[in-house]
Write a protein that binds this ligand. Sequence first.
Ligand code: PGA
Length: 249
Amino acid sequence: MRRKIAAGNWKMNKTPQEAKALIQELLPLVDSDEVDVIFCVPFIDIPVAIELLKGSRISVGAQNMHFEDKGAFTGEISAKMLYESGVEYVIIGHSERRQYFAETDETVNKKILKAFETELIPIVCCGETLEQREAGITLEWIKGQIKGAFAGVCKENAAQTIIAYEPIWAIGTGKVATKEQAEEVCRFIRETICELYDQETADKIRILYGGSVTGDSANELFSMDDIDGGLVGGASLKADFGRIVHYNK
Ligand code: PGA
């Protein structure tokens, strides 16, 4: 049985002081012994998040990292820096990174390999544009993203990876995918992992849906067979995230 995940992607929101206030507000609302809860916060908020979440069941994630260990990469952050700060998870290849910061399947792949080398668990994003969906090439596109992302990733690490299926047309738009649309692609991703590895790996890997998830939609989405939780943007910055964590209550 795969444990569900509720991961909040704060994006570029909350100063350290604001982060402190938000974490204090959310802490009593998001405690769960059934669901793994992760706050993916801006780099500058990592120390305050680690401090406040110490002793809780909530883990801290980052939203990006570089694939090199160190060096002349102004403005970047390494996997080891994150790890040493207490970070356990890192979002890789979010569509906003692909769109605005030239992330490609190749950089995503390098980052995944580096994350595992550093004992960070990657939350790997994939998803199609509205044009691709309308052109009927969603599954083909997703397959390419998954194959590119997992190149050279061993079976043990693949099983630990978290995949987030996030249709770009659903991100930040309030236009959540239907449970059938989300399930179709999440199931297809699991089948792709089975093709690349085996059934055991496909059964273990956790696949999230992301894109305008709220407390109102979480229950029906997360109840689908192949959807193991959500990567949540806007609603993770509000008390509504508590309803998402307790989606089945
Ligand atoms: P959203 O963002 O929930 O605000 O649509 C999801 C994401 O981009 O991870």
